[in-house]
Design a binder for this molecule. Sequence first.
Ligand code: KIV
Length: 271
Amino acid sequence: MSVQKEIKKVTTNTLQKMKAAGEKISMITAYDFSFARIFDSAGIDIILVGDSASNVMAGHETTLPITLDQMIYHAQSVVRGIDRCLVVVDMPFGSYQSNSDIALASAIRIMKETGGHSIKLEGGAEAIDSIKKIVSAGIPVMGHLGLTPQSIYKFGTYTVRAKEFDEAEKLKQDALLLQEAGAFAIVLEKIPAALAKTVSESLHIPTIGIGAGGDCDGQVLVMHDLLGINTEFKPRFLRQYLNMHEQVSTAVTQYISDVKARDFPNAQEQY
Ligand code: KIV
């Protein structure tokens, strides 16, 4: 039987075993109770309460504006919807970059106030002190390398990262540093597939890819992209499993028309 099917609750230990057994890990973002409940009962391994909430829930252009309080609200809602999967909560921009004491205090707030099981933060060497401190406090940390959206104004663009030798070498070293610091997994975002394969093979902790090819130990997608709620965002790495925008729009158009035509509610739909 697969590791994933044997267990009642997914833990960081389960993910380690899945990597060792060559079983792929599935991860999706969620920001509220109702979708978390659907994804958990569908059998997802990890729900990421991503700071992409800033884009897809709040309509901001970047992930920078979302606050720690807002992330905590989303994470609390998600945790109420799940039974089985592991919940990872993104640490928002500004909640960990200044120093490792602030990082630890923010991570503790997330764990205490949300009931989530772990946190994720972006960065390599520059985040190591914070990661060590958070891990020492008993909080599981997921790393995030490659395209790190909180640094968008440093990069200037959302294109593929680490195509050049120096950046690829730094990413490989950063991945090893994160593993040594105690991270339990690393998201690799928008990097060449060959580099993601090398990094994944060099680590004993799992890598979770987004736009990083099929050799990562797992995959993550933003729920709005996977379900086709967004129509504007169509990067090459995305597989859209539903056209929810069209389906919801058709349903609501029909509802409007039924209300206007006095067709809804009918005799059976009233008291
Ligand atoms: O915030 C997010 O949704 C993420 C994923 C893109 C990995 O960090």
